[in-house]
Write a protein that binds this ligand. Structure first.
Ligand code: ADP
Length: 394
């Protein structure tokens, strides 16, 4: 009996031992499995965090505007690439204050205003350094659920191009008004003098009427040029690009100048090789040639020669040149003659009936064709105006 009990106890102990070992093993396996699951969950969380940060960064970097996120102390938490480009910084600026990073007191002022008054909209600032650059800043506080400020976000927009366009527009309107007013007030003055008695002297009256006619012509040319510019800018009358033979089209333009050239005893030579054709709108191309030859006659010396020539460049474009042996253009003015209303000698151009728009029209038309235009000149040595157009065969 005693022995049987001892055996049972032993057997129970052995069973318990194995049962316990089995449970322990299972528990360890479960624990390892749970740990593995937790580790994989953590890894997934880490990947999601990295991915979401990368997405956030990509999103910020894809914004064209500069974005700056600051913490409550005014330290930079995030700056996108557009902001770094705008501010011309290439190093890491995270953790720095706005003043340390950009040395701009006006931005510090914006941040102070956000904390005190809330969002700041349309704040304009001029950046120091070479070349005028303007920024517009829109800024707002970052608030938590209790509407307590946690930081600020600033969005910076580059206004430079807009400001330049605005100033070009203002300058253009001022120039147009001036150019229209000058002949108008001259015409008015002559008409008043005629009314006051000059009409009774046929010689004086004839001279005054000639002058009035000259100024009305000038007004007409100016208005025609302004209309051309507006048509070109608005893309109206899209170009009708076709193969155009250069030699005959130049000949047609030169025929219109024969009598004017004759008055100045100027000879015009068409040196363009026969058979050379470009891809162009024939009316616009005639206008380019007309304006360049008109200038060459207008500003060239009497009794000299003007040559229109062309050559093939790189087997793909034609370079056309209108060359005169006139007074030439000073080096500092050479780059500016294509600007609207720019004249080397203002008085002389007006006296010769110039509108100051001829070369800007030339430039516009050539660029619409995808070509380039430039001038070469030396004072006293004449001027050469070049432009390129694609070859019809390229
Ligand atoms: P404009 O109507 O005054 O001729 P353009 O735009 O055609 O205006 O030309 C701008 C200026 O460039 C002219 O006022 C003139 O001073 C200068 N210019 C143009 N072509 C010539 C040339 N062939 N020789 C000398 N100066 C020229």
């Amino acid at each position: 009996m005693w022995q049987a009990l001892a055996f049972l106890a032993l057997a129970g102990g052995v069973w318990l031992h194995f049962w316990w070992r089995k449970r322990w093993r299972e528990a360890s396996r479960e624990k390892a499995q749970r740990e593995e699951e937790i580790a994989s969950l953590r890894e997934e969380q880490r990947k999601t965090a990295v991915q979401s940060e990368a997405q956030q960064q990509a999103l910020f970097n894809s914004i064209a505007e500069g974005v700056l996120v600051l913490d409550i102390e005014g330290r930079i938490q995030l700056a996108n690439q557009a902001l770094k480009r705008l501010m011309r910084v290439s190093h890491e600026i995270r953790g720095q204050s706005v003043l340390e990073a950009f040395r701009l007191h006006q931005l510090t002022e914006v941040i102070r205003r956000i904390s005190e008054d809330g969002p700041v909209l349309g704040f304009e600032l001029e950046l120091p350094g070479t070349g005028r650059r303007y920024l517009q800043v829109n800024a707002a506080p970052i608030l938590d659920a209790e509407r307590k400020q946690q930081g600020s976000v600033l969005v910076l927009h580059d206004l430079t191009r807009l400001k330049q366009l605005e100033s070009t527009r203002k300058e253009f309107v001022a120039n147009v008004s001036h150019e229209l007013r000058t002949p108008l007030s001259l015409i008015k003055g002559y008409v008043e003098t005629l009314i006051d008695g000059a009409k009774d002297d046929p010689v004086v009256a004839g001279r005054f009427l000639q002058t009035i006619l000259k100024h009305t012509d000038r007004l007409t040319f100016l208005i025609e040029d302004l209309l051309t510019i507006s048509q070109l800018e608005s893309g109206q009358g899209a170009l009708n690009i076709q193969p155009v033979e250069l030699q005959p089209i130049t000949e047609r333009v030169l025929e219109d100048f024969q009598s004017r050239a004759g008055e100045k005893r100027t000879t015009i030579k068409n040196a363009i090789p026969l058979g050379l054709a470009v891809r162009a709108d024939s009316d616009r191309l005639q206008q380019v040639l007309f304006n360049l030859v008109d200038n060459a006659i207008k500003y060239g010396h009497a009794g000299r020669q003007i040559t229109v020539s062309a050559r093939v460049l790189d087997n793909e474009k034609a370079e056309i040149c209108v060359q005169d042996d006139g007074p030439g253009i000073p080096a500092d003015a050479l780059g500016r003659v294509f600007e609207r209303f720019y004249r080397v000698e203002r008085g002389r151009s007006r006296e010769l009936g110039g509108t100051g728009l001829g070369l800007s029209i030339v430039k516009h038309i050539v660029q619409c064709h995808g070509g380039e235009v430039w001038a070469q000149s030396e004072l006293g040595q004449g001027s050469s105006f070049y432009f390129t157009l694609a070859l019809a065969s390229s």
